[in-house]
Design a binder for this molecule. Structure first.
Ligand code: NAD
Length: 221
């Protein structure tokens, strides 16, 4: 695979580059705050940058006419709408969390939410490294969406934590907490790798990591 990274010199850009190199996939294009580095047209573009880079990303997708994997958080509704437009002619995989464990977490939260019903207090807590720009995290927003209620999110910004999320369900007699901890950014890079391999074979359309997870992991069933 020949691929490009937007956000190449960032924390995620480095992690993705290291993992893809282990597979002998070739970085042929990059763009970050040091500028552009073009060797040849990529088969797939990966964006882990900032929302302010979004328009440039769309320009590159149009130019290369290739699939896009986008993990940048803090996107606006307009950005998501634009991704849907682009997905009419190329595959787009968008997710605020590319880890396998968070897909499992979302299923557990959905189940707990349904089993507890109405008479329960629900709180979400997320902790990330001090450099994270957006708050609350995209993952916390995904969890809130699964719960489908106006749930409070507490955000902590501490040291170098890659990403912790806990969801509490409490009634007058008991509390259940469901937690996920990313031990390193490699887990996100692995999801990006699966998504890139998936997108290369996919028809144009809008996909999330949930789709990639269900299509590729269900293959094991
Ligand atoms: P980072 O700050 O380390 O990297 C940001 C990258 O964007 C850098 O390469 C930087 O050069 C580039 N950039 C910033 N401003 C730019 C500009 N104006 N023009 C060109 N390039 C610019 O951040 P990170 O920790 O690598 O995270 C990147 C994004 O990925 C964030 O939005 C983060 O929340 C998100 N993230 C998503 C997941 C997921 O699974 N979806 C996981 C981790 C991080």
């Amino acid at each position: 695979m020949k691929y490009g990274i937007i956000g190449r010199n960032g924390r995620m850009g480095n992690e993705i580059y290291n993992l893809f190199s282990e597979k002998n996939y070739e970085l042929v294009f990059s763009y970050d705050n040091t500028g552009e580095n073009y060797i040849e047209k990529p088969d797939v573009l990966i964006d882990f940058s900032l929302p302010e880079v979004f328009e440039k990303t769309i320009e590159y997708v149009d130019k290369f006419h290739c699939p896009l994997i986008i993990g940048t958080t803090g996107l606006t509704e307009e950005h998501i709408k634009k991704l849907h437009e682009v997905s009419q002619y190329v595959p787009v995989v968008q997710s605020y969390n590319f880890s396998l464990g968070v897909q499992v977490l979302l299923k557990l939260v959905k189940m707990a939410n349904e089993l507890f019903g109405e008479n329960v207090d629900i709180e979400i807590s997320e902790t990330h490294h001090r450099f994270k720009k957006d708050k609350p995290s995209g993952t916390a927003k995904m969890i809130k969406e699964v719960i489908g209620k106006d749930v409070n999110i507490s955000s902590l910004r501490l040291g170098n934590v890659p990403g912790d999320h806990t969801i509490y369900f409490g009634n007058l007699g008991e509390v259940i907490s469901i937690s996920h901890r990313a031990l390193s950014r490699r887990t996100f890079a692995e999801g990006v790798l699966k998504s890139a391999e998936f997108a290369l074979k996919a028809v144009a359309g809008y996909y999330t990591f949930k789709d990639v997870f269900e299509i590729t992991m269900n293959g094991r069933k």
